[in-house]
Design a protein around this ligand. Structure first.
Ligand SMILES: Cc1cc2nc3c(=O)[nH]c(=O)nc-3n(C[C@H](O)[C@H](O)[C@H](O)COP(=O)(O)O)c2cc1C
Length: 179
């Protein structure tokens, strides 16, 4: 199986996505996130695509870019750094919001062969390979709402488990459309 060809993703769009990612906060401004960009169907894209689990390759075949999201986990002395994965998550969140504003759909793939990717892309041991972010152009009519817990299940006030008074009832879908 190979990835689909079609309209690609311009470099200027990628710049805006990664600018959004790097605008994120991090403790001591240590910026532990690193990304490896594969644009359809360059060698990096092919490396990431081939490493995806089989069911993920089926989902990712319309992707125009695959981005390896990696994070620094040990400092210069070899000591484990706490919380860097959280910071990577913030950065990927920023990238995701920007991508949606650009008309892209985003899906993350945690199911991939990390050893194969580490080897092929020469990722150092100081960094963990966290996820592969798939980006594809949104297709009108091919969107579905995101099924999510209601706000009353996750936003509390007063004490744990007591829903905040936001008057939203049990609305179980977010406004976002999905990949
Ligand atoms: C870190 C992370 C890893 C994920 N890994 C996968 C994956 O390997 N395959 C997949 O289909 N979706 C993956 N997802 C997407 C979630 O499964 C998906 O968001 C969830 O099922 C809800 O579906 P929806 O976002 O399309 O509404 C991952 C999401 C995150 C944040």
């Amino acid at each position: 199986m190979t990835a689909a060809s079609g309209p690609g993703i311009p470099a200027e769009t990628c710049v805006r996505l990664f600018d959004a990612a790097r605008s994120s906060e991090s403790a001591w401004n240590r910026q532990p996130w690193r990304f490896v960009l594969g644009r359809c169907a360059d060698p990096t894209f092919q490396t990431l695509f081939s490493a995806l689990a089989e069911d993920n390759r089926l989902r990712a075949h319309t992707a125009v870019a695959l981005v390896l999201a990696a994070v620094r986990t040990t400092d210069e002395t070899g000591k484990r750094m706490r919380g860097t994965e959280y910071e990577l998550g913030l950065a990927v969140g920023g990238l995701t919001a920007r991508a949606r504003a650009e008309g892209l759909q985003v899906r993350q793939y945690g199911g991939f062969d990390r050893a194969a990717v580490r080897d092929a892309l020469a990722v150092p041991d100081t960094h963990d390979l966290v996820t592969v972010v798939g980006l594809r152009w949104a297709r009108p009519g091919h969107v579905r709402p995101a099924a999510r817990m209601s706000l009353s299940d996750i936003v509390f006030s007063g004490r744990w488990g007591s829903p905040a008074d936001l008057a939203t009832g049990k609305r179980r879908f977010s406004a976002e459309s999905r990949y």
